[in-house]
Design a protein around this ligand. Structure first.
Ligand code: NAD
Length: 469
């Protein structure tokens, strides 16, 4: 663990990047500061009739664009410092991937495993009510999403509570990551992991960068260790495996498993579901301590659990040449220096895990327009393409193999459009950040380049609005 508070760590990345910009100190201070923090303690009646006081927060780091956006996490490690740090990361992330939101984050200080479903529902609804009363939620104000320890179920409770209280036409857009039937969007659940895959694949495709790391270009055959097999970690592992990478290690709460030859991630998940643990999986050997997983021999390490996992203490022992930050803040700021000095490529959280907020943005647009993507044009596109291909057959005299016309003519479904928009967003962000790095002779690390990118965009918004002209 590190003793430097998380928000101070994020700010140290900001300060390092700010030196590469020429903005006035006052503007930089305004961008860096956390605009609002709401803290609440509310009562929860447990199933046994006892009353517990539960602490919750919502931090809005920046309202330079509205609404602000960021997940809600349920964890006993929650604190004001943590929500402020994570809200700041959201501001920078949204700017980098050109999603028009400010940055926010919320947390409730509980271990969800210790509560029944009805208790979690009461707690989530009460927290939402507190946010609603203090105007810390709303489709044009602040829009939460899932994060560590929360998922579509909690988002559905939030939407339902807000709708009941607010009576607004667009109320359903008050939260994203909802189940499909409650105004969610196809592809949201796996979006963050899928985005992590797109970002890592793009990095591996860059022959020049791979050569510097002593690796061949391309994802094919690269060995991967994943920390945390939750939403983000599981999906990242699955898409990386489907993309040709070899999963050689996974670490979870209960321990770690390793096989240098690789194993099938779905088989490991099935084993964990059956037995309740990663350990004892026939396809790999058990490791004594879960922390050892971070130090395994591999090309790519994907920390996808929580912040402060790679510290100055274990950074010298990390063997991976690439770290893909799927979690928020998994590498401490002092470990960051150690790894950079060792030539490890860190693909920063500031855009690598932006897939979730990108698809949340699509969900929010869908909610406000009250229209599913692809609904208007799909049949029309299908008919146009079918006519075109039939005309080619008729007039050019070719005959396409059976099924070809149907395959080619198929119009895009909502999920196709979402995944296409996500892929484009992450690839564009990667290349924008890499261009900034290369403009500084490649001497700048990716995280600093990502923060430069974010600072420039937030500063532009302030300037164009006439604040700090
Ligand atoms: P999750 O709760 O679904 O999964 C986290 C997993 O990590 C759990 O299975 C947990 O048991 C495991 N874990 C916790 N501590 C561990 C440790 N020390 N070693 C190994 N495993 C450990 O959460 P998630 O939604 O997948 O979020 C994970 C990270 O990704 C968080 O940092 C979150 O802020 C970030 N993130 C999530 C999203 C999203 O859309 N869910 C978006 C962006 C960023």
């Amino acid at each position: 663990m590190t003793n430097v508070p998380f928000f101070a760590q994020v700010n140290s990345h900001f300060d390092r990047a700010a030196k590469f910009t020429d903005h006035r100190p006052g503007l930089l201070r305004q961008i860096k500061t956390c605009n609002q923090v709401f803290h609440t303690t509310f009562p929860l009646q447990r199933d046994d009739g006892s009353i517990e006081s539960v602490e919750g927060w919502r931090a809005v780091h920046s309202s330079h664009k509205l609404p602000s956006k960021g997940g809600i996490r349920f964890t006993t490690k929650a604190s004001e410092d943590e929500v402020m740090a994570l809200a700041a990361l959201m501001t920078y992330k949204c700017a980098i991937v050109n999603v028009p939101f400010g940055g926010a984050k919320g947390a409730v200080k509980i271990d969800p495993h210790n509560y029944s479903e009805p208790e979690l529902e009461r707690l989530t609804r009460r927290y939402t009510f507190e946010l609603t009363q203090k105007r810390f939620i709303g489709p044009g104000i602040d829009v939460p999403a899932p994060d560590y320890g929360t998922g579509p179920r909690e988002m559905a409770w939030i939407a339902d509570t807000y709708e009941a209280v607010a009576h607004e036409l667009d109320a359903i857009g008050c939260v994203t990551g909802k189940p499909l039937a409650q105004g969610g969007i196809r592809g949201r659940v796996e979006a963050t992991g899928r985005g992590v895959f797109f970002g890592i694949r793009e990095a591996c495709d860059c022959a020049e960068d791979m050569k510097k790391l002593g690796l061949s270009p391309g994802l094919e055959g690269k060995t991967v260790v994943v920390q945390g097999l939750g939403n983000v970690g599981y999906h990242a592992a699955k898409f990386l495996q489907d993309g040709g990478a070899v999963i050689v290690g996974v670490t979870e709460y209960e321990g770690a498993v390793y096989n240098p030859k690789g194993f099938d991630i779905e088989a490991l998940v099935a084993h964990r579901e059956d037995s309740g643990s990663l350990l004892g999986f026939a396809g790999a050997q058990d490791l004594a301590a879960r922390e050892e997983g971070l130090e395994l021999e591999c090309d790519i390490l994907v920390p996808a659990a929580l912040e402060n996992q790679i510290t100055v203490e274990n950074a010298p022992r990390v063997k991976a040449k690439i770290i893909g930050e799927a979690a928020n803040g998994p590498v401490t700021s002092d470990a960051d220096k150690v790894l950079n000095e060792r030539g490890v490529m860190i693909i920063p959280d500031a855009f690598l895990n932006a897939g979730g907020v990108t698809v949340s943005y699509f969900e929010w647009v869908k909610n406000l327009s009250h229209l599913r993507f692809g609904r208007l044009g799909r049949r029309f596109d299908m008919r146009m393409r079918t006519t075109l291909l039939q005309t080619v057959e008729e007039h050019v005299g070719v005959e396409f193999p059976p099924g070809t016309i149907e395959d080619v003519a198929q119009g895009a479904q909502e999920e196709d459009l979402v995944n296409s928009g996500l892929e484009d967003t992450i690839i564009e962000a990667f290349n924008e950040v890499r261009d900034i790095k290369m403009r500084h002779d490649g001497q700048m690390d990716m995280r600093t380049a990502a923060f430069v990118c974010a600072i420039e965009k937030v500063a532009l918004t302030y300037r164009e609005r006439g604040i700090f002209p």
